[in-house]
Structure formats: C-alpha cells, structure tokens
Design a protein around this ligand. Structure first.
Ligand code: MN
Ligand code: MN
Length: 318
C-alpha cells in the first residue's frame, strides 16, 4: 500500500489549467492495465457513443469535450465543503471503445468494461454518450438484483420501440431496464419530465409498473427540497443509480444537446438537486446527452462537468 492511498488531480497552482493532457478533473489516467487499477474506488469513464440517437447526433463527442471543460473543476465543493479526491480514490479510467456501426456489439463491449469495474469494487461515474449508454452500464451494475434509480431528464426514455419495432434507442433504455429486471420500478423516480409528446404510451407504462414521474410543473410548484425528499424516500437505503440527462436543464443554460425542451430548471437548480442526493446509496451515476456540435459556447459541457462534480461529491458524502 503506498503511503498516500489517493490519486490527486493536478492543481492549477502547479500547472495552469490550459496546459497538460486533459483527463476528467485532471485526475491520473488509470486504465485497467494500470498497476493500481484495483486501488480505484470511483472511476470516471467516458462512453463516446451515440448510436441510439434518433434525432440530432453528437454525444459521441461528449467525453472529450467534458474532459477538456473539467480542467475548470477544483478540489473542494464550494457549498458543502466535500473534498471527494481526498475521501475516496478517484481516477480517469479512460473511454470504452464502442463499435459505432453496431449497437449490440457496442452494448456488449460497454457491459464487459463495466463488469471489470464491478469485479474490482469500483463505482462508475460515466460521461456519455447518449442515454442508451445507461442500459449496458446497468446490465453490469445490477448483477445482484434490481437497482433503484433517480433520473433527471425532460423525457422518460420509457418508450417500447421506435420505427415500428427498433428496441434499442436513447428513448427506450429504461423500458428495457425494467423488462430485464435491472431496475425495480417501484424504486424509480423521474424528475423534470416535460415537452410535447408523441402519445402517452411511456407514461401509461410508468403508471402500470409503479414508476413515479414528477412533471416539471410539479417540480416548480413544490420546489427542489420537497421533491428531492420524496426522491430519497422512493429509493430508500438500497443501492440506487443516478442518471442525469443534460436536457433536464433549460436549453438557455444547456443548448448543447440533441433533444432540448424549454421550460426547465436553471443551472443553479441543476446543481441543487444533486446536493439533495447526499445520503443516498449510489451504486453509480451518469451524465449523458451532452452534444458538443450543438454547444457553440462550450457552456453545456462546463455545466455537464459541474454536475458530474456534484454527483461525485454525492457519491462520497455520508
Ligand atoms: Mn434521456
Ligand atoms: Mn432527455
């Protein structure tokens, strides 16, 4: 055991933020073949994959842009004081290489990579990728039984299929996850749902299996604390996945995504919901649907990594 058990991010006091090779939050790059891979507690992983996207693609470029933007992240949470990098051992585990021409092969590759993490007791914090990414990740994480889930999104991603029978898209991952018993629907809450709809098929399914949907109107009427208290109650003390689609946030603050919906939370509320996750037993978390081609200012990626830092703090907080 080394005298210092933690990998540390490079400080902006030692090397300016615009210098060096960008990794997530300036942590060391520790791929599975690294000698200290097994010492990692929380692994930040990129999944540059958007083959499940049905409209405007681009999240395959997300991890690289998120890594670059993450050089802005410092070591200590500004409000809660959590210092995640000195609480558990964190590292950038690199990217899972997908097969952009084959969805099933890509999902198998992603699950195999996350199986390796689970085998070493590493909890993943994933940077997608479109929202189909969550499905192969859940297949690895839910080996011991279904997980609960707190899901921030403007969409339910609960549709049965697209284009007359295509089962694997970024609009269907959680329907599959419930069918495959990766999620316990009674321990799933979806927050921020809004926008025009194809029909009510997704919401009818949610109701039939006991998934709790908090539409944006209710979110604003009740406020962050009240809604998140209910979210903690829904998932309880058992292992829970946190999935965060950047399109949860209003497109004024996060335009760089494929399927934006107006009338959403601002960037501060986007962070606040994460601070209400402290105490939840988080088995893994993801930030998905950041699409650099639609992110002209880079601001969406910066918000995305700021949320990833919040999620990381929630993963280490008691
Ligand atoms: Mn989504
Ligand atoms: Mn969405």
């Amino acid at each position: 055991m080394p005298s210092d058990p933690f990998f540390h991010p490079v400080s902006g006091f030692d090397l300016p933020r615009f210098a060096g090779v960008p990794t997530f939050m300036r942590l060391p790059y520790v791929p599975p073949e690294h000698g200290r891979f097994a010492d990692v507690d929380i692994g930040l992983v990129g999944v540059p994959w958007d083959s499940g996207t049905t409209n405007r693609p681009g999240p395959r470029h997300g991890p690289r842009q998120l890594r670059d933007a993450s050089t802005m992240i410092r070591a200590q949470h500004g409000d809660t004081g959590v210092r995640p990098f000195e609480t558990v051992n964190c590292a950038d585990l690199g990217d899972v290489g997908p097969n952009p021409a084959d969805i099933q092969d890509s999902m198998n590759r992603i699950t195999a990579f996350y199986d390796t993490l689970v085998g070493q007791g590493i909890r993943p914090l994933t940077a997608g990728g479109d929202h189909l990414t969550s499905l192969p990740v859940l297949r690895a994480l839910a080996k011991d039984g279904p997980l609960g889930m707190i899901h921030f999104d403007s969409h339910t991603d609960l549709f049965h299929s697209y284009f007359g029978g295509t089962m694997y898209t970024h609009g269907t991952p959680f329907r599959r996850a419930v069918e495959e018993e990766l999620l316990d629907p009674k321990r799933v809450i979806q927050i921020g749902i809004r926008g025009t709809m194809y029909d009510s098929e997704d919401r009818d399914f949610a109701e039939s299996v006991g998934i709790r949907i908090v539409p944006i109107e209710e979110f604003f009427a009740r406020g962050v604390s009240d809604v998140m208290a209910e979210a903690r109650e829904v998932v309880g003390d058992l292992p829970t996945y946190v999935s965060y689609d950047i399109d949860f946030v209003d497109p004024t603050f996060a335009p760089g995504t494929g399927t934006p919906e107006v009338g959403g939370p601002n960037s501060f509320q986007a962070l606040q919901v994460c601070r209400e996750l402290y105490g939840v037993t988080i088995a893994g978390a993801d930030m998905v649907e950041v699409s650099p081609p639609f992110d002209a200012s880079g601001g969406t990626a910066f918000l995305g990594v700021s949320i990833m830092f919040e999620l990381l703090c929630a993963m280490v907080a008691d």
